[in-house]
Design a protein around this ligand. Structure first.
Ligand SMILES: C[S@@+](CC[C@H](N)C(=O)[O-])C[C@H]1O[C@@H](n2cnc3c(N)ncnc32)[C@H](O)[C@@H]1O
Length: 257
């Protein structure tokens, strides 16, 4: 695909995110990974965060960076496409401004983030917004120190291919079909990559990562059993297919690029 088309998609996504950002204030942030997923309190994927230099990709309103600060991280870095999100995050993290570095920019590019610097790079429900996964993972890999950790969560690729129609779940789109397309529940231009789980895994391996863990588990609590089929993430669907997933991987120490 022509690079200029990707840049156009990034620009239109930025415009939409600037408008909708307030609706997403602290909505998907650590210790929460995403809908119906086990939380960090249960999974402990990050381990001890004391004195760790951390970078969040698609840092949104800054709530996950705040979580990092409250668990002892020494440096808080974040990148987000939306000016509105970056301004909100700056306000939220005002108590930590001496160790805070935020960039407004696209994860597909490096706006000046240091190379081989971070103990942890992570992304909570944002990575699927990339219009170029390969390029994005190459950057993320370069930011990590050898032996550093990359953890991300995103919507499970089955979730938007299977539709709830009343009591039935219907396969609406082929799992095999991949590519950039309009995000269905949005009423504004919102282009994202529809990929297979194997593509995420294979692109991580291609970038040089070693996969440590893949989480597709579902936690269903009584109080969120709404059963409302108009909601994008429903209890009914979550009880049959995973709505979201998490991958933890490390930068290989032996052949770090
Ligand atoms: C669902 S939100 C993630 C929210 C975040 N975890 C939080 O706690 O606020 C997705 C975020 O990805 C950002 N985003 C979308 N496309 C992006 C891109 N190409 N590069 C960087 N950030 C992007 C959006 O602006 C939005 O803040």
């Amino acid at each position: 695909m022509l690079e200029s088309i990707k840049e156009d998609y990034i620009l239109s996504n930025k415009k939409s995110w600037d408008e909708v950002a307030p609706r997403f204030f602290g909505r998907t942030a650590l210790p929460i990974y995403g809908p119906f997923l086990p939380t960090e309190n249960e999974l402990n994927l990050f381990g001890d965060l004391s004195d760790k230099k951390v970078l969040e990709i698609g840092c949104g309103s800054g709530h996950s960076l705040k979580y990092m600060a409250s668990h002892g991280a020494s440096e808080l870095w974040g990148i987000d496409l939306s000016n509105t999100q970056i301004e909100t995050a700056r306000d939220l993290l005002t108590d930590f401004k001496t160790k805070l570095n935020l960039f407004q920019g696209a994860m597909e590019n490096n706006p000046g983030i240091p190379i081989k610097y971070f103990d942890i790079v992570y992304s909570i429900y944002a990575i699927g917004w990339t219009v170029d996964l390969r390029r994005t993972l190459q950057h993320l890999y370069s930011y990590l120190k050898p032996g550093g950790t990359f953890i991300f969560s995103w919507e499970h690729p089955l979730h938007n291919r299977i539709r709830q129609k009343g009591e039935q779940l219907v396969v609406d789109k082929s799992y095999h079909e991949e590519g950039l397309q309009q995000c269905e529940p949005w009423d504004k231009p919102a282009i994202m990559n529809q990929l297979k789980l194997s593509t995420y895994i294979n692109e991580l391996i291609q970038a040089g990562f070693q996969i440590e863990k893949v989480v597709e588990d579902v936690v269903i609590q009584e109080e969120i059993n709404s059963g409302d089929p108009t909601v994008w993430y429903t209890y009914k669907k979550a009880s049959l297919i995973p709505p979201a997933f998490i991958i933890k991987c490390t930068k290989n120490t032996e052949w770090s690029r």
